[in-house]
Design a protein around this ligand. Structure first.
Ligand SMILES: [Zn+2]
Length: 340
């Protein structure tokens, strides 16, 4: 990546921090999360669909015209900013580019932190977040990522806001010093990083149940999915943040009996629809489709880490059907029709 607007050391440091974030699965999963760095006139931003964990080995950043994007944000013009690309690679800027441009700090780091998500999905989130973080953050109620999110942030944040918590989504941290910004992000994540549900009750099934094209995730790590705790079991089939919906579908199909699971899969097969990457059978646990893609595997581990950190005594606020639909468009409808 060559640029006249940043010096070489700045680019090296920025890529290093991006790699660190991308390699930390409790912060970034698959192509989620993004980082940016600004000069006076331009911004280096993660490209859409690329993985931060590849920051050091391939081109994952695009340089865009910052002033042009700022103008569009000021005039509330939704855009994919493909006409604002300065760099000469074939990449497109992240779908979350607009909020990076909106925030006036040199560095903006955005992650889907499992501890932040677990603490930003209940009706009581703001109270609980304040207990742990003090008043020094902005809270953005859930809204679809992309342009609507940026417009909502524009109304809420002030030039000094360094920590932004996105309900049902994640964390944004901004700052003018890269190391300090990175540390602030890690500290914010760590303050909320408490595992609550390690010892959920579950019964070990003496029998096994085979599901065609799936295998049971039987290592101890996935024991939580065997739970018979009703509150936790009912959370399996809900979705709490956008990437979950996009990579795993709207909730993990979860079944009380093996017959229910088979009926569901047969229906999908009859209609020639794709089978979901994961299903859950009560007491038996989590089944993974034999051809689940790496992004889905990172996303199920993310879900597990979030579930381990949720306070199930709180009233939870999963994404509703229309919020899921706007993330998936009509695909969600086809999927739902096949279930119902
Ligand atoms: Zn995001």
């Amino acid at each position: 990546m060559e640029s006249n607007n940043f010096n070489n050391q700045e680019i090296i440091d920025f890529k290093n921090i991006s790699f660190q974030l991308g390699s930390n699965l409790s912060l970034v999963q698959a192509a989620g999360g993004n980082t940016s760095m600004k000069s006076d006139d331009s911004m280096l931003i993660k490209a859409s669909g690329t993985w931060l964990s590849n920051s050091l080995k391939e081109d994952v950043f695009v340089e865009v015209d910052l002033n042009s994007i700022k103008k569009k944000i000021n005039s509330e013009q939704d855009d994919n900013f493909s006409n604002d690309i300065i760099s000469k690679n074939d990449l497109r800027p992240s779908t979350e580019t607009s909020f990076h441009a909106l925030i006036d700090f040199k560095y903006v780091l955005h992650v889907h932190s499992t501890s932040i998500i677990a603490n930003a999905i209940s009706f009581n989130s703001t109270t609980n977040l304040k207990k742990n973080l003090g008043d020094n953050f902005a809270f953005i109620p859930y809204i679809r990522p992309g342009f609507p999110l940026t417009m909502s942030m524009k109304k809420i944040i002030t030039p000094g806001t360094q920590i932004i918590i996105l309900e049902n989504h994640g964390l944004i941290v901004g700052g003018n010093d890269l190391e300090e910004t990175y540390d602030l992000l890690l500290n914010t994540h760590k303050k909320l990083d408490v595992v609550i549900n390690k010892n959920l009750s579950f019964q070990k099934e003496p029998t096994s149940f085979d599901i065609h094209q799936y295998h049971l995730k039987n290592d101890e790590k996935y024991n939580l999915f065997k739970t018979t705790n009703e509150k936790v079991f009912s959370a399996f089939s809900k979705s709490f943040y956008p990437d979950h919906v996009i990579f795993l579908g709207p909730g993990i199909p979860s079944f009380e009996t093996s017959q229910d699971a088979l009926n569901f899969l047969n229906k999908l097969n009859d209609k020639n629809l794709n089978l979901p990457p994961y299903i859950i059978l009560k007491r038996f646990g989590l089944y993974e489709h034999n051809s689940a893609i790496p992004a889905a595997k990172e996303m199920i581990d993310c879900f597990l880490e979030v579930l381990l950190r949720i306070d199930f005594d709180e009233e939870l606020k999963p994404l509703n059907e229309s919020q899921e639909n706007e993330l998936l468009n009509w695909d969600a409808e086809i999927y739902r029709q096949s279930i119902n």
